[in-house]
Ligand binder design. Structure first.
Ligand SMILES: *Cc1c(COP(=O)(O)O)cnc(C)c1O
Length: 449
């Protein structure tokens, strides 16, 4: 069956995520038949370089043999067993290894990022209740934050396009300024911006600290905001303030964990440890849905009691799925045995050099990079930039999904130099095409997250 037949059937039967489906009258859905490495192949045989790791999850590209083998091996032993009252080898080993990597001794599992956010928020809230401080019920999130789209997670997400429709469902929280380095005035550094944002947060905590359970942040890079990057000093300030005002620090590393920013966890670049750490996306290398919240042993202890209701009575049917945990263990093996962080450091430097012509392009603003993330803003009046650029890149055999007027690369770590060079060339070419032509599709600038 051809692309066309599959896309028609998909349009008729599948409700696609984060999409105004009417858009697909003019913008074709791309049916993917198979994938290998950084390449996706459609039903007509056309290939696309996956420049965003399929929404940031396919860390090592598609079909990585070690992850495939680990799932196969596990499949022959145990695919799943409920985790209430039962346990199994992959979930124990994964929890032990994540504890060693993070310094946070207990792991609680979910199936997607938004549930990890929900778990961390509920645990923090419940901890304060169990600890005789039931007044600490509110959460602080940052401007332009993104922590998922379930009702609890959406309340700490600052993307009005996603949240304003549901405002009546959401418990209002407090919002602190983003430390986004793009706000630097002339002569200011990213660290100056970070200190200013931390000062505003301090004012908020000084006033409301007694009512606040936790501050939730995306360490170093606010992804869905358009790869807004900040100086690590913000995180060390945040740690200091959370300690001082007795507020939990929730690090949402769903997007930035697993080496994406250059260190295994992003918060490590600030020399801190959070109270809760949310992980998902890259955790299984894009093979199976899994998320995890790690926390300190003393927080775990506050739930340990004869009273059942003091326990954390939260669950998902697939909690700790054995196949997903086996995939995650394979991901950790790859990191250890293939020296991924070190290899990425050299790659990132090389790729940044390859991007010099993009950085120097007259329409490019705020070119930025951290680890294996690159982003830049495009100075264009086109409100439909994201869609137009996405289409122009598809035509050139590349998958990039700009956020508003921000173009970013979040490639699989296995991307080769030649593949990156090709991606950069296509990006430049597409940029000139989109800037030269007029508006063709009607749309708002934030339509392609
Ligand atoms: C993607 C993401 C989430 C939500 O994860 P889902 O699996 O899509 O629910 C939460 N926080 C951050 C930082 C993310 O990037």
């Amino acid at each position: 069956m051809s692309n066309h037949a599959w896309l028609e059937r998909s349009r008729a039967a599948v409700w696609h995520p984060c999409t105004q489906m009417k858009r697909h009258e003019s913008l074709p859905i791309v049916p993917i038949a198979s994938a290998d490495g950084v390449w996706l192949t459609d039903f007509d045989g056309k290939r696309y370089l996956d420049g965003v790791s399929s929404w940031w999850v396919n860390l090592f590209g598609h079909g990585h043999p070690r992850i495939k083998q680990a799932i196969r091996d596990q499949l022959d032993r145990l695919e799943h067993v409920m985790l209430a009252g039962f346990t199994h080898r992959p979930v124990v080993e994964l929890s032990e290894r994540l504890a060693k990597l993070s310094g946070l001794g207990h792991a609680f599992y979910g199936s997607d990022g938004a549930s990890a956010t929900e778990i961390a928020l509920k645990m923090s809230f419940h901890y304060w209740k169990n600890s005789g401080q039931p007044g600490k019920t509110r959460f602080v999130s940052l401007e332009n934050s993104y922590h998922g789209e379930t009702v609890g997670a959406l309340a700490v997400t600052d993307v009005p396009l996603f949240s304003s429709t549901y405002a009546d469902l959401l418990k209002p929280g407090l919002r602190a300024p983003s430390p986004d380095a793009r706000q630097a005035a002339a002569g200011e550094t990213a660290a100056d911006v970070a200190r200013r944002a931390a000062q505003s947060l301090e004012n908020l905590l000084a006033k409301h600290g007694a009512e606040i359970a936790a501050v939730i942040v995306e360490p170093l890079v606010q992804g869905a905001a358009g790869m807004a990057m900040h100086d690590p000093i913000y995180l060390s300030e945040l740690r200091r303030l959370c300690d001082h005002y007795q507020v939990h620090l929730i690090a949402d590393e769903i997007a930035v964990g697993f080496g994406r920013t250059g260190s295994f966890f992003a918060y490590q670049q600030a020399g801190i440890v959070p109270d809760f750490l949310c992980l998902s996306k890259g955790i299984t290398g894009g093979f199976l849905p899994l998320s995890c919240v790690l926390t300190r042993d003393d927080i775990y202890q506050a739930f340990y009691h004869d009273d059942v209701a003091r326990g954390f009575l939260h669950s998902h049917s697939y909690t700790g799925n054995a196949l997903a945990c086996a995939a995650a263990l394979a991901v950790l093996d790859i990191f250890e045995q293939e020296n991924v962080l070190e290899a990425n450091r050299a790659k990132a430097e090389d790729f940044t050099r390859l991007m010099a012509p993009l950085r120097q392009h007259p329409a490019v603003r705020h070119f930025r990079q951290r680890g294996m993330i690159w982003a830049f803003d495009v100075d264009t009046p086109r409100a439909d930039f994201a869609l137009a650029y996405f289409s122009a890149m598809l035509k050139r055999g590349c998958l990039l999904r700009p956020i508003g007027k921000t173009v970013y690369f979040m490639p699989p770590y296995i991307l080769s130099r030649d593949e990156m060079a090709g991606l950069v060339e296509a990006s430049l070419d597409a940029l000139d095409e989109v800037l030269a032509s007029g508006q063709s599709l009607t749309g708002d600038p934030t339509a392609l997250p």
